[in-house]
Design a protein. Structure first.
Length: 143
């Protein structure tokens, strides 16, 4: 099962404060463990929302909203993509994570959809397209 581990933003990450050398060192060790265990597929930190934008969809209309965005509790400061056997395994790995923020924070674990989750709506043609795109992406990432 693939999961996204979502690091919630806080006032410090939204202010653009970078992690300390000590936290970077701890996270580096943690990432080494994840890679050695064959779990980590990707992971990155995100710049504050002041450097981002949102595109709002309303029917055929599109509007752009530039950051910063309010309510830091709903914002993301970073993520990992992991391959794990179960949600419980992901929980155990997250519990071992150094606290990614200066204060209290939450880390969210969300399973990614698998092709089988879409049932009959994912026709053989759409399944072939998804597999082809996944192969193309894997080849590009291998370069």
């Amino acid at each position: 099962m693939r999961v996204m581990i979502i690091i919630k933003a806080d006032q410090h990450s939204e202010a653009g404060e970078l992690p300390s050398e000590a936290l970077l060192t701890e996270m580096g060790r943690y990432n080494e463990e994840l890679v050695a265990a064959g779990i980590m597929q990707a992971g990155d930190g995100l710049h504050p929302t002041s450097r981002g934008a949102r595109v709002r969809f309303a029917g055929k209309e599109r509007s752009v909203i530039r950051g910063p965005f309010p309510d830091t509790g709903d914002l993301i400061a970073g993520f990992w993509l992991w391959q794990v056997k179960s949600l419980d395994e992901a929980i155990e790995w997250v519990k071992r994570c150094p606290n990614p923020m200066l204060g209290e924070t939450e880390v969210e674990i969300r399973p990614l959809f698998d092709m089988a989750d879409f049932g009959d709506a994912l026709t053989p043609e759409l399944r072939e397209q998804e597999q082809r795109l996944a192969s193309e992406l894997a080849a590009r990432n291998a370069q």
